[in-house]
Design a binder for this molecule. Sequence first.
Ligand code: AMP
Ligand code: MN
Ligand code: MN
Length: 370
Amino acid sequence: MGENEQKPPIAAIGGGPGEQVNGPAAGNALNGASSPGKVPVDPLAAIVDVLRRGERFLVCSHSRPDGDAVGSMLATGMLLAQMGKRADLVAADRIPNIYRELPGAEGIRIAMRVHGPYDAVIMLECDSVERTRLRGLEPFFIVNIDHHATGQEFGAINWIDRGAASVGELVYRLVRAAGGTVTPEMATCLYTTILTDTGGFCYGGTRPSTFELARELTQAGADPIRIAQEIYFSTATSKLLLLGAALSNLKREGRLAWLWVTHQDMVRTCAAEEDCEGIVNYAVSIAGVEAAAFLRELPEGAIRLSLRSKGRVDVAAIAARLGGGGHENAAGVTLEGTLTRALGEILAELRSNVSRLAHDSGEGQGREAT
Ligand code: AMP
Ligand code: MN
Ligand code: MN
């Protein structure tokens, strides 16, 4: 069945894109009744309702999936299986090696296009449909679950909690609300989402509740030592060789630092896409640096940019201005053009942000270029 022939029960109901489904209305909408008007509701309850009523779901996340994307997709798939539903887990890019040992990871299908019929698409941590890089999603009833600062209400139901440490934290709440069981396998996937999105409980989103959730997940069977081994002590040799190339391009200017790799560096070190993950952290780890950028030349000519900050620089706002998004302290965007041009563009943004900060706090900005 093609995507235009999908079953109508959920796709034809409820709010269109951007319209929040209301609680009572969500139920009516699922029965095909008209909406009684805007009644503010709990999107979590509306999502549970959609899961209970539907039979077949697509679960997806953003392209170049990270630990939160993979772990939360897997846990959502497990919940749906517990509920007796069919769930297809699909990603546009391969699953990084460090997440391949996660329970059920072999079941994620890599595809460029999806085909129905689906009663709903559960889209995890995407600020647009395009962010999945999957084609054929538009006709479906989209349940948008996100925790990014730049999250957008583009779905039929939108549950965006910017305070959540990972989208896996929201999936955990969904499992609880739907009456699911947190199995050791599910706990392993969800623990991975928190560990990776908080950078090992280091980044801004880490709160007392993050540790509380980590405790609950370890009690439910997640093994923190084994999971950390898979993620932090299973580095590919190619990644360290690529890191060497990036560090040889490290530049420092006052509160800013940046580094890059060319496509040639990627080829020479036999690096994979996933080997770029985390390189930007070396730049932001420098004492006195507040914001950092990592640029990677893509084979097709564009530049993939990763931004990090550890202070007051809002890199999500900078990335959003350039067409991307993310969190206040971790964001990204893909820019068209050459490395030189992308570097010029991002340095202009970062310098003006940093000098504004310095100005606001009445400091001068020393430039110690290296
Ligand atoms: P990265 O530098 O790729 O690790 O991304 C850092 C954060 O920014 C992650 O939370 C990403 O989901 C988010 N992010 C990266 N690229 C984009 C983009 N093009 N649009 C929206 N969010 C992004
Ligand atoms: Mn992510
Ligand atoms: Mn995330």
